[in-house]
Design a protein around this ligand. Structure first.
Ligand code: ZN
Ligand code: FE
Length: 248
């Protein structure tokens, strides 16, 4: 299995997941770069897997379906009615077949209520739930919900490759350094950063992503300095998320 990042729009990533002569595409925000990547790889599009309903992850679906009639178009259950051309909705723990592989769906409500991660062959397509060194904004769920969603992902094996929805890693790492000025892994990651920054590994995320580290004393101390009065992990998460919303 091969994963090909396809830069789209200003800072989005779609991904081709290639097995034999077949491809699925994750989060096609626009069709043209995806078509170019399919042609370059010489593979046929079989499926679209959308991580959530936002236009910058689904905007290319209509054109791709028109050009490749009959393909499967998948999205999480609670996001389905907001997007046209969906052929299949999925929920937590469900599996999709792709060639000889099984793709596991992890429901991650928070950024949207139907947000999902697709996990296949050690690759996690996390959309706008988990970013490299950061996480998405909590638009539809509650901070508690988003925290639980991130904790589900945090338990994936350390060598899991993280392919996220946007190239936000540089600014995310600058924020991570503000949260944990003494975290040497954050400093080293920032110093070594190249673009594209995907894939990261879950081990690196656990060591550097402040949104996966809300049980760490260093992160709790920084959240307290921002006004937090509780040590509950999801309260720590909420405080750090709020701080990031206003960080520049
Ligand atoms: Zn989004
Ligand atoms: Fe997005």
């Amino acid at each position: 299995m091969q994963v090909v990042p396809v830069p789209c729009l200003k800072d989005n990533y779609a991904y081709l997941v290639i097995e034999g002569g077949s491809a699925a595409v994750v989060d096609p925000s626009e069709a043209a770069p995806v078509e170019a990547a399919l042609a370059k790889a010489g593979v046929a599009l079989r499926a679209i897997w959308a991580t959530h309903h936002h236009w910058d992850h689904t905007g290319g679906i209509a054109d791709l379906v028109a050009a490749h009639p009959g393909i499967e178009v998948v999205i999480g259950e609670a996001d389905a009615e907001k997007v046209k051309h969906i052929t299949r909705t999925v929920s937590d723990g469900e599996e999709i077949e792709f060639g000889s592989h099984r793709v596991r769906v992890i429901h991650n409500p928070g950024h949207t209520l139907g947000a999902v991660t697709y996990l296949v062959d050690g690759n996690a397509f996390t959309g706008d739930t988990l970013f490299c060194a950061g996480c998405g904004r909590v638009f539809e769920g509650t901070p508690q919900m988003m925290h639980e969603s991130l904790m589900k992902l945090a338990h994936l094996p350390g060598d899991t490759k993280i392919w996220c929805g946007h190239e936000y890693t540089a600014s995310n790492l600058r924020f991570a350094a503000a949260v944990e000025p003494d975290n040497k892994d954050v400093a080293a990651r920032l110093a070594a950063l190249t673009t594209p920054s995907v894939p990261a590994t879950m081990a690196v995320e656990r060591a550097t992503n402040p949104f996966l580290r809300d049980a760490q004393p260093s992160v709790i101390a920084s959240a307290r300095a921002q006004g937090l009065t509780s040590d509950e992990p999801w309260n720590v998460f909420a405080q750090i998320r709020e701080w990031k919303n206003n960080f520049k």
